[in-house]
Design a binder for this molecule. Structure first.
Ligand SMILES: [Fe+2]
Length: 299
């Protein structure tokens, strides 16, 4: 399956007004036309109409990853490959494609029930990205809109699904404990790339998460933008989940904050781009070179 990138992400929220404020005033995204606080918000990060679609729901949580393929032929081929692997695939209606502003989409889930969509042909309005708080730009385009880390308690089944059915490659891996206690079982995190140079567009974590997502990441184009965003986090009273730090594997300099949908968002810069022909996966035994104190986010 030839997935070119993470095209969009959908989220669920009981309070779209809260998301509107958070996305525009803290993250620095634009709220695009067609948004209203009773149905959905289109959050713009670049030339596309939106990259984040927040849908009004009776629950707060993650919705789905929207994976982009190269066109109609690649789309039909991907559906065949999913069906050959006994994955239940549901074609989206024209109305659903209309809401997502794509030509066509299908829906399916991984072995742990994480939801995915596959689409081709996004609508592109080419309206300029003008951040309401002066963010100069997000790193998207051929790298996709960022990355998502999903809970995968059935780890081996999920790993096989992503690598063998969806065609992701292993970028590298970690095994972590929440405590210093060596008796605590290690939990695996596998970082996975699709057909672009972003270090990972997806990662899977061997642990259940209440809101259906460990975190999602958006990347800005300078360290200055990360620092300014951190100022806005504090000014708006947003809960920090981890302090500023630099990851060992993708070298991202980032902080983590709570989203109104309950899971975390990583906001960073300088993520690694990789030539996969020259890369070999490794296991990192530490998460970060410096910083990323997650204890600040624990109750
Ligand atoms: Fe991340």
């Amino acid at each position: 399956m030839d997935i070119r990138g993470l095209g969009y992400v959908t989220l669920l929220s009981r309070d779209l007004a809260q998301w509107r404020h958070y996305a525009s005033q803290v993250l620095g995204m634009m709220v695009s036309a067609g948004s209203d606080d009773d149905q959905r918000l289109y959050l713009k990060m670049d030339d596309r109409h939106y990259r984040l679609l927040v849908q009004k729901s009776t629950e707060d949580g993650f919705g789905a990853c929207g994976w982009e393929v190269a066109g109609k032929a690649a789309f039909e081929q991907a559906i065949l490959e999913l069906q050959e692997a006994d994955v239940q695939v549901e074609r989206g209606t024209a109305a659903e494609a209309g809401v997502r502003k794509v030509q066509e989409l299908v829906r399916f889930s991984d072995p742990d029930g994480n939801r995915h969509e596959l689409f081709w042909g996004p609508l592109q309005d080419f309206a300029r990205f003008v951040s309401p708080v002066g963010v100069k730009g997000f790193v998207t385009n051929e790298l996709g809109m960022g990355h998502v880390v999903l809970p995968a308690p059935s780890f081996a089944r999920c790993r096989d699904f992503y690598e063998q059915v969806m065609g992701f490659g292993l970028s590298d891996l970690m095994k972590v404990r929440f405590t210093e206690d060596l008796a605590e079982p290690e939990k695996a995190i596998h970082f996975l790339h699709c057909n672009n140079a972003r270090h990972h567009s997806l990662a899977i974590f061997e642990y259940p998460m209440p809101h259906g997502c460990v975190h999602m990441m958006v990347e800005v184009n300078a360290l200055d933008e990360v620092g300014r965003a951190l100022d806005r986090v504090h000014a708006n009273g947003v809960k920090l989940s981890a302090t500023l730090g630099q990851h060992t594997n993708d070298q991202m300099i980032s902080f983590y904050i709570k989203t109104p949908s309950g899971f975390d968002l990583e906001y960073g810069c300088d993520g690694l781009v990789v030539d996969w022909d020259r890369h070999t996966p490794f296991e990192s035994t530490v998460v970060s070179h410096w910083g990323h104190d997650f204890s600040v986010g624990r109750p």
